[in-house]
Design a protein around this ligand. Structure first.
Ligand SMILES: *Cc1c(COP(=O)(O)O)cnc(C)c1O
Length: 385
């Protein structure tokens, strides 16, 4: 049996597609220790530097003293504790939606919610670059799936026409992201909202990389575009800019009540640890404050510094540096690491074959000098084709 795995792993290695875990021995921050080496970290999604924030740590520690470490049961049994209720109230208030529901992770939120919103005989239409959690949720639903090329409104429209024609009564769910996780670009939200209305479809928007980054007080792209009320389902994660762990869905009260009854990853999984839930609420409160808005502006100052150094125009805190070849990308990432920077090489199947890239993520915690030295190291990399 282990020979099978050895052969499979060898086949991955031969194509430079093998992956390995790397142990970080320090807390998360702008600088991390990888093995014995200190590296400037451009690999995490901790966009606001909250993962190791003293206020959040304090909130979590006090909550451990009060609630202990585990929730003990699923939310519907006895796992709904005051921290969960408070977090959901804070999330709904922050996002200006009727209600919010928390999950153990963003992945679990997608996997539980999408199948609760569409089933056999329904149609789910996804952007080609949607995150794995959205694809997996869509597959699990049993609905008919259609994929449109990235941000291609014409193809989205023709899928909508096809779906309406096929079954006029079918529910149609459009699934996309506000900021795409490996490209850092944004969805054309106003146009998608118009199409969704024209065809009586519903819109599921994954704001994983937009919350904390885009929109006043980091409320995300739907809020920034003044379309919050038009997006039926706003998904997000507590694990990235919010610095903690968990996922959430914001929308109407009836929808979240339906999810409580139907989302299997919510029903059949133990409630998130109360202390992390308290820390996540502290993160939402921070983002809602003036200080939080200042932190978000600091992130954008950093994005602007790197943009100027590299003559690029990022639409978010994610900067893809596309190299193409898988092996060349690994070599480039190693080169940066040798020069003191942690920048991950992203390869198939996370991105399409032949579009391997360095994925640089920026944080409010970076110093201007760190950004300038990264830009210098990138410019010194052997030329791209
Ligand atoms: C990270 C991510 C998720 C999953 O969120 P987790 O909280 O890490 O499980 C979902 N969607 C997108 C676009 C993501 O980047």
């Amino acid at each position: 049996m282990s020979d099978i795995f050895a052969r499979q792993l060898e086949a991955l290695r031969a194509r430079s597609l093998d992956r390995h875990l790397r142990e970080i021995s320090s807390p998360l921050g702008a600088i991390v220790d990888l093995d014995t080496k200190r590296l400037i970290n451009f690999s995490s999604n901790d966009y606001l530097g909250l993962a190791n924030d003293p206020q959040l740590r304090k909130a979590a520690m006090e909550a451990i003293a009060e609630f202990g470490v585990g929730a003990g049961a699923s939310r519907l049994i006895s796992g709904t504790q005051s921290p969960h209720v408070r977090l959901e109230t804070a999330l709904a208030k922050w996002k200006e939606t009727e209600a919010a529901l928390c999950f153990s992770s963003g992945y679990a939120a997608a996997l539980g919610t999408i199948p609760a919103l569409a089933e056999k005989n329904d149609v789910i239409i996804l952007d080609k670059l949607c995150h794995a959690s959205l694809i997996d949720g869509a597959k699990l639903s049993g609905a008919t799936l259609r994929v449109f090329p990235h941000n291609h409104l014409g193809k989205l429209k023709s899928h909508l026409e096809w779906a309406r024609q096929k079954n006029p009564a079918a529910r149609i769910l459009i699934v996309t992201e506000s900021v795409f996780s490996m490209d850092g670009d944004r969805a054309p939200l106003p146009e998608i909202v118009k199409l969704k209305k024209d065809f009586g479809a519903q819109l599921f928007l994954d704001e994983a990389h937009a919350v904390g980054v885009i929109g006043r007080n980091g409320r995300g792209l739907a809020f920034e575009e003044n379309l919050s009320q038009e997006v039926d389902v706003q998904m997000g994660t507590l694990s990235k800019a919010l610095g903690v762990s968990g996922g959430y869905i914001c929308g109407s009260r009836n929808m979240t009540e339906w999810l409580i009854n139907r989302a299997r990853s919510f029903i059949f999984s133990t409630a998130p640890p109360p202390a992390l839930t308290v820390a996540a609420k502290a993160a939402v409160d921070f983002l809602s404050s003036n200080e939080g808005e200042k932190r978000r502006q600091r992130l954008w100052r950093n994005i602007d510094i790197l943009a100027e150094e590299l003559s690029i125009q990022p639409a978010s805190a994610i900067v893809p540096w596309i190299i193409g070849d898988e092996k060349a990308t690994l070599v480039a990432a190693q080169n940066l690491q040798d020069n003191g920077f942690l920048v991950p090489a992203i390869r198939y199947p996370t991105v399409a074959k032949g579009t391997a890239r360095l994925r640089i993520t920026l944080s409010a915690a970076h110093e201007a000098t760190q950004l300038r030295s990264l830009a210098g190291a990138i410019k010194r990399l052997p030329k791209r084709d």
